[in-house]
Design a protein around this ligand. Structure first.
Ligand code: ADP
Length: 261
């Protein structure tokens, strides 16, 4: 049971004010404990099934009930890699939530960074037979942590490719408008149901856990992306139509170019 840490003091004097600020602190502590509990429960839930699968296979192999095969080892290896990625992502998320990610901000051109990110994803897109194009000719300077923004772009691009069928298209655009650097990642993919849209940034949420497992996602990519963008004073939005496609938009405050900094 939860301990009730509240104090009750009648009146409007100094003591009553002290009492009420004590109460809001107690509430904040309770909320953060509740968040911690939920996080631990979510993580346990996420890792239980894959771990018991692994255990089952390893037991079967040691008992000689399962024939060792290259395919089996490859899939067990992929499963452990996914678990490692989940842990890496969780660590980033935990650091971000504690305000401890230690951003190193420098002037960066979002247009250039987006182009580099697109280049880095060419091979994955080609493999998925998705046409990947970029329209980012004019510079859009922001003051940001290059590695973290690169991580955001990577998450959005990987998703766009992952949730788009063969012959589909992914278009990355960067422009500067109204004091903001605006990046869009638009795909012609499977889309997201209207009822699901409010959940896409939730931790471990995915529309289709089976597909997500098959594609190696962690369900944490967008949670982390939203956190990083918010920490840079920006925001990230999503628009989608099922079977038509999805567009993620990242807005960051424009800053001074590197040459002027
Ligand atoms: P995951 O590792 O599962 O991709 P994310 O946090 O990056 O985790 O995304 C959460 C979920 O949002 C995905 O599982 C998917 O259902 C949905 N989603 C994300 N990006 C797209 C997209 N471009 N098109 C359709 N669905 C998407």
């Amino acid at each position: 049971g939860q301990l009730d840490a509240r104090v009750r003091i009648k009146g409007a004097g100094e003591l009553a004010r002290l009492g009420s600020s004590f109460n809001s602190m107690a509430e904040a502590v309770q909320q953060s404990e509740e968040r911690q509990r939920r996080l631990v429960a979510d993580v346990a839930h996420e890792m239980r099934t894959p771990l018991s699968n692994l255990r089952g296979y390893l037991e079967g192999l040691s008992d000689g009930v399962i024939e060792p095969s290259r395919e089996l080892f490859v899939s067990l290896h992929e499963e452990t890699m996914l678990q490692s990625r989940i842990l890496d992502d969780l660590q980033v998320l935990a650091l971000a939530e504690a305000g401890d990610l230690g951003y190193t901000r420098t002037p960066i051109d979002l247009a250039e960074l987006a182009s580099l990110s697109v280049t880095a994803h060419r091979a994955v897109a080609a493999e998925a037979q998705v046409a990947l194009t970029v329209d980012a000719s004019a510079p859009a300077w922001v003051s940001a942590d290059q590695d973290r923004i690169r991580q955001v772009l990577g998450n959005l691009l990987t998703n766009a490719i992952r949730y788009t069928d063969r012959e589909g298209q992914v278009l990355v655009r960067v422009r500067a408008e109204n004091g903001e650097a605006v990046l869009t990642v638009q795909d012609t993919g499977v889309g997201i149901a209207p009822g699901d849209l409010p959940h896409v940034f939730d931790r471990f949420w995915r529309a289709d856990p089976a597909r997500q497992r098959a594609t190696g996602g962690t369900g944490l990519g967008l949670t982390i992306a939203q956190r990083i963008v918010a920490d840079h004073g920006g925001r990230i939005d999503v628009e989608s139509r099922q079977h038509v496609g999805t567009t993620f938009t990242v807005r960051l405050p424009l800053s001074t170019p590197a040459s002027a900094a």
